[in-house]
Design a protein around this ligand. Structure first.
Ligand SMILES: Cc1cc2nc3c(=O)[nH]c(=O)nc-3n(C[C@H](O)[C@H](O)[C@H](O)COP(=O)(O)O)c2cc1C
Length: 210
């Protein structure tokens, strides 16, 4: 009986030690400096979906709110957030709702290739983000509304920050990313039902890589 008790105790101890070791083997979150040192463009995507939580983390990095006053992860000139983010997955085209931190479906279906002029890897990336400038954002501004040229310049600068935040978030999730200026703008605008005053600025593919 005593022998049986000792053997059982040893087995339990071994099991708990194994569990602890397995937990310790999981990669820790990357520090920002580690993520920066590993930042790169990837194009070797595998056609594999992200979990909803992972997808929302990426979108939050792109355009999420990080303070109670509604200000965001990425800065914007005069605090006017004039860039909307669309997410194109195997399931459909969605508009990211920053306030609710959720995706609103615009069109069901696999339209990932509509976000490129022909780069085949885009059709495999789990999500293709499309950054779109919307001049409507200036309508409620407390500040003097800048010229259209300056509005677009500010939006492009904001997108520069957004793509880098997404790159770092993707890196820390073990995902690859590719920023893309080459977009089938006419086709995507039609599918996403964009009004004609909106400007497609940039796209970014994110997903698991080989
Ligand atoms: C504004 C911009 C547009 C880009 N457009 C494309 C593109 O259309 N297709 C693509 O494969 N890569 C594109 N890239 C990725 C660059 O080719 C890549 O960043 C560059 O070769 C440097 O490589 P690295 O990101 O690994 O350092 C773009 C990058 C930027 C910043």
């Amino acid at each position: 009986m005593k022998k049986f008790f000792i053997a059982t105790l040893a087995a339990v101890l071994m099991l708990s030690t194994t569990t602890v070791c397995a937990a310790q083997e999981l990669p820790d979150d990357l520090t920002v400096m580690q993520a920066l040192s590993q930042r790169k463009t990837s194009r070797n995507f595998v056609d594999s979906d992200l979990s909803e939580a992972q997808l929302l983390k990426i979108l939050w990095a792109a355009n999420g709110i990080n303070r109670p006053d509604g200000k965001r992860v990425n800065p914007a000139a005069l605090g006017v957030y004039s860039v909307e983010v669309y997410a194109v997955t195997r399931e459909g085209i969605y508009r990211y709702d920053e306030v609710a931190n959720k995706l609103n479906l615009i069109a069901a279906g696999d339209y990932r290739m509509s976000t490129t002029t022909g780069q085949a890897f885009v059709g495999k990336a789990a999500v293709n983000l499309v950054y779109v400038e919307t001049p409507d954002a200036w309508l409620n501004s407390k500040h003097r509304v800048p010229s259209r040229e300056h509005q677009l310049a500010f939006a492009n600068i904001a997108v520069g920050s957004m793509i880098q935040s997404v790159a770092l978030a993707a890196q820390s999730e073990g995902l690859g990313n590719c920023v893309r200026g080459s977009i089938n703008r006419d086709e995507f605008a039609k599918l996403a039902k964009l009004s004609t005053d909106k400007t497609i600025l940039l796209a970014q593919s994110v997903g698991k890589t080989a």
